[in-house]
Design a protein around this ligand. Structure first.
Ligand SMILES: *Cc1c(COP(=O)(O)O)cnc(C)c1O
Length: 415
């Protein structure tokens, strides 16, 4: 199937785009601001081509690796950071943060509702025998959102003496809710510190990086974690994750990522550094492209009568656009159409499958250069009512726009 755009969709897209003119200016402004932060950190840390040299074996004195840690720390306004290609994904990165901080007998309190699906088995909400936090004697409690917003009063009440750490999820994950802004994350942390100042505040920052001018580390978070095949890898990082935050907690995370006593001092980079550096350099721009694509998708789909979240002009704190398709057939069709307008594997037909770590069957379109990278245009959904598609990414606004118009046209075809 080739790219097919219905004339009605051409008109709808043009309308949606003109409605977003002011929004796009704001997005460009955020990208300009964040690009300055990133470029300044590269210059301040005297990045040179030698930083891209591959190391092997133990990876002692890998200057490029250590410099990248300092650059991330500066960009995130944090004391320290740990950026590693051998953190396999966002879930692994968050598991490192949780196991680094929590000890037997402690309680972990989720304060923005149930964490992302793949963390259920890490925490021990589901699954057995895998060595979850629960199996190591860490208890879990949860405060749900109230009307889609963090419930500060309920959070304060839930902070009993056993609570060692709270986890805050910035992005909506597979939920129909607003993403939590950095300002709101700051309010949650302030409320937590009011009641129990020594609580370790951990943020799942996946999909949030560079969408706003500040990061949760600048709102007093102790430890934030994210995936390099999402926003901060800029589409170039081939794999990996990062943690940033207070030096003490980043060090504990490094001990968990390798082992006690070794921490951040070992870990050969095998030639991955240049991709991680160049990806971070590209990230503010790539994220802006993705945020514009998300807003355009929202604008088109809302005009076609679908409920979208966020709405086109709403403030955003992540790159996700949720669209309520309301029907399994439409959902699958939309996601398959996104795949068919991808630069890689366009001929592949995504089908729902039992993906590890997820409760429901999941369907995913990711016709990406880096396998599964969702800073590249991708769309996915758990197969359950009300059949919501979560679309994100787009290395260039233009390519994402083509795919979105193609997918919207495919839905019209089915009428
Ligand atoms: C992507 C994501 C994760 C981690 O998922 P991985 O696929 O393991 O990278 C965690 N939390 C949120 C909110 C996410 O979007």
């Amino acid at each position: 199937m080739s790219i097919k755009i219905d004339v009605r969709i051409e008109k709808t897209a043009a309308e949606a785009e003109s409605g977003l003119a002011e929004k796009f200016k704001e997005i460009d402004e955020v990208a300009f601001y964040n690009q300055q932060k990133v470029l300044r950190a590269f210059i301040d840390n005297r990045v040179s081509t030698a930083d891209f040299n591959p190391t092997t074996g133990y990876g002692y004195d890998d200057g490029g690796r250590d410099t990248l840690d300092r650059i991330y720390a500066q960009v995130f306004g944090a004391e320290a950071a740990l950026v590693r290609h051998n953190i396999v994904n966002g879930t692994h990165c968050l598991a490192i943060a949780l196991f680094a901080v929590l000890r037997p007998g402690d309680t972990l309190l989720a304060v923005t509702g149930k964490p992302y699906d793949t963390l259920e088995e890490v925490i021990g909400i589901s699954g057995e025998g895998g060595g979850s936090l629960r199996e190591f004697g860490v208890k879990y409690e949860q405060v749900d959102l109230a009307g889609g917003k963090p419930d500060l009063e309920a959070i304060k009440k839930a902070l009993h003496g056993g609570v060692k750490a709270v986890i805050i999820q910035r992005s909506k994950g597979y939920d129909w809710r607003e993403s939590v802004s950095v300002a709101e994350i700051g309010e949650i942390i302030a409320a937590v510190r009011q009641v129990k100042p020594d609580t370790v505040c951990i943020v799942d920052n996946c999909y949030g990086e560079f969408v706003e001018k500040t990061e949760p580390t600048e709102a007093d978070a102790d430890l934030v974690a994210g995936s390099l095949i999402k926003n901060p890898g800029g589409g170039l990082a081939q794999t990996g994750g990062y943690l940033a935050g207070k030096a003490k907690y980043v060090e504990m995370a490094a001990y968990r990522q390798t082992c006690p006593g070794i921490g951040a001092e070992c870990g050969a980079t095998l030639g991955q550094n240049r991709f991680m550096y160049q990806g971070l350099f590209m990230a503010p721009h790539a994220v802006a492209q993705a945020v514009k694509a998300a807003a355009l998708c929202g604008g088109i789909m809302e005009r076609l009568g679908y409920e979208v979240n966020p709405r086109p002009l709403d403030r955003r704190s992540d790159i996700i656009q949720a669209v309520k398709l309301g029907d399994e057939k439409k959902l699958v069709k939309f996601i398959q159409a996104i795949q068919s307008a991808s630069p890689v594997d366009s001929y592949a037909l995504p089908l729902p499958w039992d993906m590890p770590g997820y409760r429901h069957q999941v369907i995913m379109a990711a016709g990406t250069f880096v396998s599964g990278a969702s800073i590249e245009l991708s769309a996915d959904a758990p197969i359950k009512p009300p059949y919501v598609c979560f679309m994100q990414g787009g290395l260039t606004y233009e390519s994402a726009k083509i795919a979105i118009m193609h997918a919207a046209s495919a839905l019209l075809d089915g009428e």
